[in-house]
Every structure is written in structure tokens, then in C-alpha cells.
Write a protein of this length. Structure first.
Length: 238
């Protein structure tokens, strides 16, 4: 099925408060809104590909998107998962490099594309916006460094527990004593985040469930015992 174009006004966007565009002047928002294109993507469709040249900025209006790389063996490794309000591809755009990963829709999504001339026009004229973009890049780089350190020093069990807690903090829906991770990740996707085999993730999830740390609601995972999960991740003393 082809992509469907939709109309979303930036000034009326429900995700504006979560976006780096929050704080732009009315005129700046109008300029961005007048030149952008918004597309409705279905699950599994690609937004951009690793090794291609950025022509602008992508902003997630709805849904969730995974950005992944393939290693030399061709195995997929998920770098991060973007949620509504997040920018996609801005680091490659600013560095004038090819995309370092491929972006694929995890859940039906609405994605806005802002041509690079409009993005740079706002960036160069608005120092506060530039500061927010630079800060976001630094945070993103810090997360990537932490993930590399995890791969080098933590066991698979520790990495899985740590990533479940990270997903809980980012996509969690509070349910009182427990938190549902509102993200329909396949076990293959979760294995790609952790950096291990799918079979290993399935086995460890079953063990976490047996120990009462998590439960399953379809493809979604509910964190029941966050503190015990943090002990599994070696984040607090056992």
C-alpha cells in the first residue's frame, strides 16, 4: 500500500510541546509548516535508508520508528526508537554525511518532512533553537556510548533487564503498581536492541516472567517489579 499525504499545521500539532520546535516564533512555525510534507506510513515501511544522502529533516507526529544498522554479518542492531515529537536524521543532515542507519516504521506513523533549506533557515537565525538541537545531539551520542559500553561489559541478562527499564521510562504507561511498555516490539526487535539472538531473549523473558518481574499483554510487556529488574541489570546492589 502506498504512502498517504496528510495535512498537519505545525502551530496546531499536538506533539509541539514535546518537539525541539517548541519555542519557535509564530512566523518561524508558519515558514516550516508552509514548506513541509506530512505522510502517513504503514508498519514496516521505510522512511530513509542507510547510506543515502539526507535532503531534509523528519519529525515524528504519531507512531513509533526504529533506526537500525546492519553489522558485517548482516545482523540488525537497533540504535534507537523514535516516538512522537522526535526528530529523525538531523545528525546526518547537520554533518553533511550519509544516513548512518535505516529508519523503519514500527507502528503506523505520521511523519513530517521539512526540507533542509527551511530547517537551516530556522537554525541559523535562532540561537536558542540551535542550542536545543546541539544538546539533543549530545544526549543522543551519550546514549549510543552507553549502549556500546553495555555491549562490552554487561551480560545479555543484564542488558535485557536494563533495556526493559529504559523502554519502561520512555514508553511506559503507569498502571499503579506496574507499568505497561506501550510499544508492540517483536522478540526479534527486542533482540536487536539488546544485541543478542532472538532465542536468548525469548528464554530470558520467560525467566523474568517466571520470577514475577514482568508479564505479557500480547506483544507488549508489563514491568511488575522494576526494582528487582534493576538488580538483574546490576544497576543497584543485589
Amino acid at each position: 500500500m502506498g504512502k498517504k499525504e496528510i495535512n498537519i499545521d505545525c502551530s496546531l500539532c499536538q506533539q509541539l510541546q514535546h518537539s525541539l520546535f517548541n519555542g519557535l516564533s509564530k512566523e518561524e512555525l508558519e515558514n516550516v509548516s508552509d514548506h513541509k510534507t506530512c505522510i502517513q506510513y504503514k508498519k514496516g515501511q521505510n522512511i530513509f535508508y542507510e547510506g543515502t544522502r539526507p535532503m531534509g529533516l523528519y519529525c515524528v507526529n504519531g507512531g513509533k520508528v526504529k533506526v537500525f544498522k546492519n553489522n558485517v554479518q548482516g545482523k540488525e542492531y537497533i540504535v534507537y526508537i523514535a516516538k512522537p515529537g522526535d526528530f529523525l536524521g538531523y545528525r546526518s543532515l547537520l554533518s553533511e554525511e550519509y544516513y548512518a542507519g535505516t529508519a523503519t516504521v514500527l507502528e503506523d506513523a505520521k511523519i513530517c518532512f521539512i526540507p533542509k533549506d527551511q530547517f537551516f533557515g530556522v537554525l541559523y537565525k535562532n540561537p536558542l533553537f540551535m542550542q536545543r538541537v546541539v544538546k539533543a545531539i549530545c544526549i543522543e551520542m551519550g546514549i549510543m556510548e552507553e549502549k556500546m559500553a553495555e555491549l562490552a561489559h554487561k551480560s545479555v541478562r543484564e542488558r535485557l533487564a536494563a533495556n526493559l527499564l529504559m523502554l519502561k521510562e520512555t514508553y511506559g504507561v503507569d498502571g499503579g503498581e506496574s507499568t505497561l511498555i506501550d510499544l508492540a516490539l517483536s522478540r526479534e526487535d527486542l533482540a536487536s536492541i539488546v544485541g543478542t539472538a532472538t532465542e536468548t531473549v525469548i528464554r530470558l523473558l520467560s525467566e523474568f516472567k517466571k520470577d514475577g518481574l514482568i508479564s505479557f499483554e500480547g506483544k507488549r510487556i508489563r514491568v511488575i517489579e522494576a526494582r528487582k529488574l534493576a538488580k538483574q541489570a546490576d544497576l543497584i546492589p543485589g
